[in-house]
Design a protein around this ligand. Structure first.
Ligand code: SF4
Length: 783
């Protein structure tokens, strides 16, 4: 049963916080349970009774069983759970272990102020294997700032006594660590030293709860006091050799390397956590109490609602969707994959709810950037897709592409978008490139003023972007990759016919001018050559000004004068009344799933021409409504190495828009491969502009055309490619006899594609734009 009224996806929930006692023996003034906006604790029973515990345990066990969860985590929380007394505590622990353990491994934990820890309790925690975390804010002065009894007395000594007990050999295994809430008025080093002296197996440093409605305390108007405080601790901790794990720093290091954060405070890990109050009501994450009165409420209860019912609630589901669930500002933030917008509760602002960056945004950014700099980590910024609903796309584009009606306008739009991305990448490459390649960038910048169309044409070459991405990945470690910038600039200057002289790199004896050709020297030397462009002519010279090649006129039509090297021109093939680049020269073309072929000899090149001409005829006949878009959209074909078994081979590289890799085949097979890969290229370009699925979705889907379950993007790509292939077989079947191979293929592809579209629509990973796009695919299949 779902009470949300929406056909939401039931996410697996593996973490549960049980409020087993709703009161506390301390009166900490920073406590979000009693001192923040939400005051629902006042109406809660004092403790969770056995009937409620049994109901909770049953719900968790049923959910774990249904979702085949290998383990679940249950944290006993309060108030203060130790107020239960050992007898009630035992009943709860026994009930949880008894009901959940048979279906899923149970990780039992408790968070306490430690004041009432006793041997009786500790023995119980050993018996039921409960990991106990203690809250402590540092030395006595720091701890006394907030963590006091209601009468104002310090709780420090009692908490330290409790920690001391957990450190005894008999109980040491049950000590989970210390949780410290930061106060920037406390000295960071004194706090760190005090916590370190307590020898916790792990330390959590938490930002005090705050929202945009109730902003973080910033003494003296300081800009980033929390980042400064944490960096001071970090530096001392590092100097000490990291004597214990500090979760926040470890999480940020992990996410810097592309790993998981392991918690809900930072990063994009799904937060699959729900809370149960003492009366058995399900609540959203506890920290929401800081947002507004009633914020965590769901209106659901363990007595009437399953975990699946809770997991479909929008605020629970949203916290599982990673990047897709963040505000637009966060999605465009360079550190978003590490920060993740901070803790969900800290994003709250009246009016916009949780659709904001964290109230700690400036501190989080400063902390992450500083830690990355200290670690020498400079992750390539991942440009966040801009849109999840297709709002930034031209009217109807999503529908036209989804329904397999890609038209010239759509292709033009995608091509221009790709050009913008390549331009942005080029700027980043120039920033990171060694100063020795500065001349190439300066020339490109000049040409952009004097011959902008020549620059745009060069940047539309599919493998310029492939190189740019490669150069950014290798920034600082491979000067030769950065130096290719001069090759791009040189080729542009030749096209533009602009007078210039420029050094270009020689790599393994080859001087490459993208889309124009390459000179190969007799020896595989490295170094540089010189390109000189004068009115009506251009030359490449090497070694004391010796001219290797000279053209008097357009490189595509003039005859080269070659001496001391071998000139290999880029070649083009006729395709649909125009020509297409036959790319068997570019040094960055070998980025496809299959190895790119070496330079193709003249007789084989002639056969390629015949196959492409036949392929175009087949595309016109079998995909008439999209043939023009294919012809306009395709800029290059890369010959791939043939499969020794004769299997058809084709591939698209994600960064090489408008280029397809194809192995040799006859015309109709080549047509199928070109169309298949063109679809991938179109969808890749669309995904650069619009989120169609949530990247953090880790589920895999089964499809008809592959034996192994596939990730969502793979299924989306396959479905879109097969939409066009289904259409081609439909046209072929029309011309064939009933029961022919064409009919069988049409049925097979149609079934595969329709089933895959259905699986995508049901998997819960699609954004609103993705759902719309896939619905169009599904509709097109019923045409
Ligand atoms: S640093 Fe700020 S903008 Fe960036 S992800 Fe974090 S909260 Fe969002």
């Amino acid at each position: 049963m779902s009470t949300s009224g929406s056909p939401g996806v039931a996410w697996p929930i593996s973490q549960y916080v049980l409020k087993v006692h709703s009161r506390c023996d301390l009166a900490c003034d920073h406590c979000y349970v009693y001192e923040h906006a939400d005051q629902t604790w006042r109406g809660q029973p004092m403790f969770m009774d056995t009937r409620t515990v049994a109901a909770v345990a049953g719900r968790i066990a049923d959910h774990a069983s249904a979702h085949r969860l290998p383990s679940v985590s249950v944290v006993l929380h309060g108030g203060e759970p130790l107020l239960l007394g050992p007898t009630r505590m035992r009943e709860i622990l026994a009930a949880l272990r008894q009901r959940i353990e048979p279906v899923s491994r149970l990780d039992l934990r408790m968070q306490s102020n430690g004041v009432r820890l006793s041997e009786a309790y500790c023995d119980l925690f050993v018996e039921y294997d409960v990991q106990v975390g203690v809250s402590l804010d540092g030395d006595r002065a720091a701890n006394d700032r907030h963590r006091r009894f209601a009468n104002g007395a310090s709780s420090h000594a009692q908490a330290m006594r409790g920690i001391g007990m957990l450190r005894q050999t008999a109980y040491r295994r049950q000590f989970a660590g210390i949780l410290c809430t930061i106060d920037v008025d406390n000295d960071p080093i004194a706090v760190y030293e005090a916590l370190r002296a307590a020898q916790p197996p792990r330390l959590d440093l938490l930002l005090p709860h705050a929202t945009w409605a109730n902003p973080p305390y910033r003494p003296d108007g300081r800009g980033t006091p929390y980042a400064d405080w944490l960096l001071a601790v970090h530096d001392r901790w590092t100097a000490d050799g990291r004597p214990m794990p500090i979760r926040l720093f470890d999480s940020l290091r992990s996410t810097a390397a592309g790993g998981r954060s392991g918690n809900e405070w930072v990063g994009l890990d799904p937060a699959d956590l729900v809370v149960v109050e003492t009366d058995g009501t399900w609540e959203k994450v506890d920290s929401l109490k800081t947002a507004y009165d009633g914020a965590p409420a769901t209106g659901l209860s363990v007595f009437t609602h399953t975990v699946d019912d809770v997991s479909v609630l929008p605020d629970i589901a949203r916290r599982q969707t990673g990047l897709a669930g963040l505000a637009a500002q966060c999605r465009g933030c360079p550190v978003v994959r590490q920060c993740g917008g901070g803790l969900f509760a800290h994003r709250y602002r009246a009016g916009t709810g949780f659709d904001n960056p964290s109230a700690y945004c400036v501190d989080l950014k400063e902390l992450i950037v500083s830690l990355n700099a200290r670690a020498g980590v400079e992750p390539v910024p991942v440009p966040a897709p801009v849109d999840q609903e297709g709002r930034d796309l031209p009217d109807g584009l999503l529908d036209r592409l989804g329904s397999g009606r890609t038209d010239p306008d759509a292709v033009r739009f995608l091509a221009e978008s790709q050009l913008s991305i390549t331009r942005a990448l080029l700027v980043a490459v120039a920033d990171a490139a060694p100063t020795s390649t500065r001349a190439g960038w300066d020339l490109l910048a000049r040409l952009d003023q004097e011959a902008p169309e020549a620059v745009a044409e060069m940047l539309r070459h599919p493998y310029v972007r492939v190189w740019a991405v490669d150069a950014l990945r290798q920034a600082g470690s491979d000067a030769a990759t950065g130096a290719h910038l001069s090759c791009v600039a040189a080729a542009t200057a030749v096209r533009a016919g602009v007078t210039v002289q420029l050094d270009v790199p020689v790599r393994s004896g080859v001087i490459s001018l993208p889309s124009i050709g390459a000179v190969t020297l007799p020896e595989p030397v490295t170094g540089s050559a010189t390109l000189t462009v004068t009115p009506g002519a251009w030359t490449i010279s090497h070694g004391h000004g010796r001219t290797l090649v000279r053209f008097d006129g357009d490189p595509d039509t003039a005859e080269p004068h070659v001496s001391g090297g071998r000139w290999q021109p880029s070649r083009r093939l006729p395709f649909g009344g125009s020509t297409i680049l036959f790319e068997d020269l570019d040094p960055y073309r070998d980025c496809h799933d299959w190895k790119a072929a070496e330079r193709v000899a003249a007789p084989a090149f002639a056969r390629w021409g015949e196959a492409m001409a036949a392929a175009w005829q087949a595309i016109e006949a079998d995909l008439p409504h999209q043939a023009t878009a294919v012809r306009m959209g395709l800029r290059a074909v890369v010959p791939l190495m043939d499969d020794p078994d004769g299997t058809m081979r084709s591939s698209t590289a994600r960064q090489a828009f408008a280029s397809v890799g194809v192995a040799r085949a006859d015309g109709p097979a080549t047509a199928m491969m070109i169309v298949h890969e063109f679809q991938h290229s179109v969808l890749g370009a669309l995904l650069d502009l619009c989120d169609l699925y949530t990247p953090e979705h880790t589920g895999r889907l089964t499809v008809g055309w592959r034996a192994d379950p596939r990730p969502v993007e793979g299924v989306l790509q396959g479905t879109y490619a097969h939409l066009a292939i289904t259409e081609m077989w439909r046209y072929r079947a029309r011309r064939a006899q009933p029961g022919s191979v064409a009919h069988q293929r049409h049925q097979q592809y149609r079934t595969w594609t329709a089933d895959a579209a259905d699986a995508l629509l049901r998997c819960g990973a699609l954004t609103p734009a993705g759902e719309r796009f896939v619905h169009r695919i599904a509709e097109a299949l019923t045409r």
